[in-house]
Every structure is written in structure tokens, then in C-alpha cells.
Design a protein. Structure first.
Length: 410
């Protein structure tokens, strides 16, 4: 049994590297946004559209990645994802036209992030962890925040010293090195899972169904409730996320400080993921998501305050509160999805399809955030849009009976 536990922890360790790389590469676009926009004369909407399309491809490719995982396992999917993730920034260092960036930073990085994403990882982690699944998913997801903390200041340092083109090339080389580790991992043995969890568990009477397929899942209310939560949460968070560094710089923050603050929000996200994951496992997901959404609302209120009276105290209070709640719902939703739909052959596809709504919401949010900024020449309506959207998902958790019942279980 110790051998199996070691394999489970090894899988989690490799997932940490993959998550940190995927999120780190995706989110560094917030650091590149201003220098790239200035060189090519992009509007904010045009610049945000690269990020938005990347999130859309992340969503679109998530069910594809889930199906590939269900059919071929991680041995094919994860190295392919790392190859695409590395190719995006490497090619971006040579690009000159907007649609080139769509291909490299949206399409390639989007597929790479989907192939390495938490939706697929959760399906595999469910084979190793049962009672502590939310915490396990949170630990792996938390690595994404570490990736932001490492990659964002590193990208700014590369930009300052080498220019944005060489900065992208350097990031691509770093991802290639991580890809070698992913390539040699023992995925066949990891994919088998723990022997006791491979055996078919008897029904406890709490499951909503005992043989979920994708076809039956999409006809159920919990599937659409979880999809709506992902969609609306992403609309809110990603209307703000790609513009955070630009917002801070335009309101008097030094660019290096802004990039560092963005990086600190990543480590704050890691802490938040762990804390809210533990709360979900010990006290139920409903309390976890309620506290998490409340923290996001506080972050938006602090942004409003920064518009009127910017200060270092408000800046770091925002970074901590917004960062701690960013992504903290993802592990909870993934664990709930596994809990509700795990008894069936299509868990990877179901998770990927639900995650599609996150990618779609992120694309809508990032696009609308950029458009609202351009139309109003400011951020007040961007923040108001995000604040409105974030209030709805928590109501869904409290009002949909099947979701509330599953979220109350520990």
C-alpha cells in the first residue's frame, strides 16, 4: 500500500508542475499586455481579445481533453499538452500580426492548458483520493497560483532586461524543461489508481445516479447548475484579471510593483485554495464557497476604493482578498462533479464539458471587460459588471436542492 501511496503523491507532484506551468504561462499575458499593445498600437479590447480567445479555447478543448483522457489516458495527453504550452510563447517571440498571437497564445496555449487542466487532473486524482479529494484538488490547483507568483515577476524582469520577444522565448524554454519531467513520469501505473478505489463501490443511497454517462448527465439539473456556476464566476473574475496590472499602473503603481503584486495574488490564491479546500472537506462545500464568494466581493469593493483613493494598504488588501478567492471555487466544483457523476465511464468528458462553461465565461468576461473599458475609458463599470456577476453563483449553490445537498456533505 505504501507503494501505491507513493505513486499517488508522485502523480500529485507532477500535477503541481503542470498546473504551475499552465497557469503561469496563461496569466503572464497580463504582464505582456502593455508593452505588446504599445508596440502594435492595439486597443485594450484587441489586446484583451487574445486572452479572451485563449480562455475560450481552454473551455472548448476541455471536453476534448476529457474524452482523450477517457480513451487514451494521461500518457498521450499530458506530454502533448506540455508541447503545445511551450510552443505558444516560443513562437510568440517572433510574431508581428494580431492573428498570429491568436494562434500561438490563444489556440496553442489554450489547448495546452486544457490538456493539463484541473478538469482532467481531477478525474485522475479521484482514482487516488476519496475523503480528501477536495483538498487534493486544491493542493494541485494551488500550484497554479505559485505559477503566477513565479512567472509574472520573472516575465517582467525578462521584459525589462531583454524585451518582450526574448522574454516570451525564455518562458518557452523553461516550459520545455518542465515538459521533460512530465514525459518520463510513470503514467501507466499512475492511471491505474488505488486498488481499493478501483473496486466498484456499493451505493450509499446518497448518489443522484449510479451509472452516469455523458448523455444522462447533460439531462440533469446538477450538471447545468455546476455549468452555470462556472460560467458566471468566470465572467466576473476574468473581466478584471487580464487588466489588473494595467489598472494598477494607470493608477500610479510602479510597473515592477504592479507585476510583483500580481505575483503575490498568485501565492494568495494558493493559500486560498488550500484553506477553502480544507474547509470544504471538513465542514462542507457550501460553507467554503459562501466564504470564498464573500471574499471576492470584498476584493471588488476594495477596487472601487482604489479608484477614489489609491494607497498601498488598499492595494495589498485587494491583492490578498481577490487573490485568495481567485480559482478557489474550482477544486470544490471539481470535487462535487466527481462526487455526483463519478460512478460511470465518462467522468473526464463530463468534467471537461462543465469546464467548457468556465472557458466560455472567461472569454466573455475578458472581452466584455476590455470593451467596457474602451467604451467608458475607465474601470468603474468593469468592476460593477464583475460585482453583479459574482453574486449569482452563490445563490445557485443555496437554491438548487441537489447541488446544495451535495455541497453540505463532507
Amino acid at each position: 500500500m505504501n507503494r501505491y501511496l507513493n505513486l499517488g503523491f508522485l502523480a500529485a507532484g507532477v500535477f503541481v508542475l503542470m498546473s504551475a506551468s499552465a497557469r503561469g504561462v496563461s496569466e503572464t499575458f497580463a504582464v505582456f499586455l502593455l508593452p505588446v499593445s504599445k508596440e502594435f498600437g492595439w486597443t485594450r479590447a484587441e489586446a484583451a481579445s487574445v486572452y479572451a480567445l485563449g480562455m475560450l479555447f481552454l473551455g472548448i478543448f476541455s471536453p476534448v481533453a476529457g474524452k482523450l483522457f477517457d480513451k487514451f489516458g494521461p500518457r498521450l495527453l499530458f506530454p502533448l499538452g506540455m508541447a503545445c504550452l511551450a510552443s505558444g510563447p516560443l513562437l510568440a517571440s517572433q510574431l508581428t500580426v494580431l492573428w498570429h498571437f491568436y494562434f500561438c497564445l490563444s489556440l496553442l496555449v489554450g489547448f495546452g492548458a486544457a490538456a493539463l487542466g484541473i478538469a482532467v487532473q481531477s478525474a485522475l486524482l479521484a482514482r487516488w483520493f476519496q475523503q480528501s479529494l477536495t483538498t487534493a484538488v486544491a493542493v494541485v490547483s494551488g500550484a497554479a497560483g505559485v505559477g503566477v507568483m513565479i512567472f509574472s515577476p520573472m516575465a517582467q524582469a525578462f521584459i525589462d532586461e531583454l524585451g518582450w520577444r526574448h522574454a516570451y522565448a525564455s518562458i518557452g524554454i523553461i516550459v520545455c524543461c518542465v515538459g521533460l519531467i512530465v514525459l518520463i513520469a510513470p503514467w501507466r501505473r499512475i492511471a491505474e489508481g488505488r486498488p481499493d478505489l478501483r473496486r466498484h463501490r456499493p451505493s450509499t443511497g446518497n448518489e443522484l445516479n449510479t451509472d452516469w454517462t455523458f448523455a444522462t448527465a447533460v439531462r440533469s439539473r446538477p450538471y447545468w447548475a455546476l455549468s452555470a456556476v462556472h460560467f458566471l464566476t468566470a465572467i466576473s473574475m476574468f473581466a478584471v484579471q487580464p487588466q489588473v496590472v494595467a489598472f494598477l499602473v494607470e493608477h500610479g503603481t510602479d510597473p515592477v510593483t504592479a507585476a510583483n503584486a500580481f505575483g503575490v495574488s498568485g501565492i494568495s490564491a494558493t493559500c486560498g485554495l488550500l484553506v477553502f479546500g480544507i474547509i470544504a472537506d471538513r465542514y462542507g462545500a457550501l460553507l467554503s464557497v459562501t466564504l470564498s464568494y464573500s471574499l471576492t466581493i470584498l476584493g471588488y469593493i476594495l477596487l472601487f476604493i482604489m479608484l477614489v483613493s489609491p494607497s498601498n494598504f488598499v492595494l495589498w488588501a485587494f491583492v490578498i482578498s481577490y487573490g485568495a478567492s481567485f480559482g478557489s471555487r474550482g477544486p470544490v466544483i471539481s470535487a462535487l462533479t466527481a462526487r455526483i457523476f463519478g460512478r460511470g465511464p465518462d467522468l473526464g468528458l463530463i468534467m471537461g464539458a462543465i469546464f467548457l462553461c468556465m472557458g466560455t465565461g472567461a472569454a466573455v468576461g475578458a472581452t466584455m471587460g476590455g470593451l467596457i473599458h474602451d467604451l467608458t475609458d475607465g474601470y468603474i463599470f468593469v468592476i460593477a459588471w464583475s460585482l453583479t456577476a459574482i453574486c449569482i453563483p452563490v445563490l445557485i449553490f443555496w437554491t438548487i436542492p441537489e447541488l446544495k445537498r451535495a455541497a453540505l456533505r463532507r
